[in-house]
Ligand binder design. Structure first.
Ligand code: SF4
Length: 235
């Protein structure tokens, strides 16, 4: 079995697949939420999104509000001064391109075309386009890679370290079985992300209790270094 699938199987055992979807937004709301989440902690971007939708009842109202008011509403996010005009620009383009103001039509398009449509919007890259399709109520088969997922994949040797998060999307998605459902693709991202949050930390990964240590070249190097330094200390 290919390593990526073995890792998936083991991590699903640890974190419990299928994993419930964490949101059920319509795709336009998911797009705004994803734009707010760029380089922001989940709790902060969630707070910014909640404040935005509490203060502005519709996306048209967000689009047409003074930019300073949007900036204030999303102040819990990082760089509200950049995100506020960007969100309004995206909402204006969506209004121009979609007469009903909805992105539900993306549910009918093949995933690569839907992603290309989204990525034609300013500030939308592979992570955001995949998030809109995968996390929204469209529940499409699109693999999201965040920084945790990327770090775990690099350490496991599934992608070279020089491949950045954006480029990793196509490389890792190509390794998934075509027969996988949207739920399985979602689970794949979630278990890698959870593993990055709960075990494969940025600093000091907990390799000694990692379920995929035997498959991980980085973990094995780190473990043998620790054993060596313990032996030196005990001499
Ligand atoms: S063995 Fe260590 S480096 Fe490898 S995936 Fe597990 S925690 Fe991360």
């Amino acid at each position: 079995m290919p390593k990526l699938l073995l890792v998936h199987q083991r991590l699903c055992g640890v974190y419990g697949c299928p994993i419930p979807y964490f949101s059920n937004y319509d795709p336009l709301s998911e797009l705004v939420s994803a734009l707010l989440s760029h380089r922001t902690k989940n709790a902060d971007s969630h707070r910014a999104f909640q404040q935005l939708i509490q203060q502005f009842p519709t996306w048209e109202a967000v689009r047409d509000a003074p930019t300073a008011a949007i900036e204030a509403a999303i102040s819990a996010s990082t760089w509200p001064e950049q995100k506020a005009p960007r969100i309004q620009q995206v909402l204006r383009l969506v209004s121009e391109r979609c007469p009903d103001g909805s992105l539900d039509f993306l549910g009918e398009m093949p995933v690569p075309e839907a992603r290309a449509w989204l990525e034609s919007l300013p500030g939308v890259g592979p992570k955001t386009s995949a998030a809109v399709l995968c996390f929204s109520r469209l529940r499409r088969r699109a693999l999201v890679i965040d920084s945790h997922h990327h770090r775990v994949a690099v350490r496991l040797g599934l992608i070279p370290a020089k491949v950045d998060v954006a480029a990793a999307h196509a490389i890792l998605a190509a390794q998934l079985p075509e027969s996988w459902t949207a739920q399985q693709v979602y689970d794949h991202h979630e278990v890698f992300m959870l593993h990055g949050q709960k075990c494969c930390f940025y600093r000091r990964p907990a390799c000694h209790r990692c379920a995929v240590l035997d498959l991980c070249p980085t973990g094995q190097i780190l473990q043998s270094r620790q054993i060596q330094s313990r032996q030196i200390r005990n001499k």
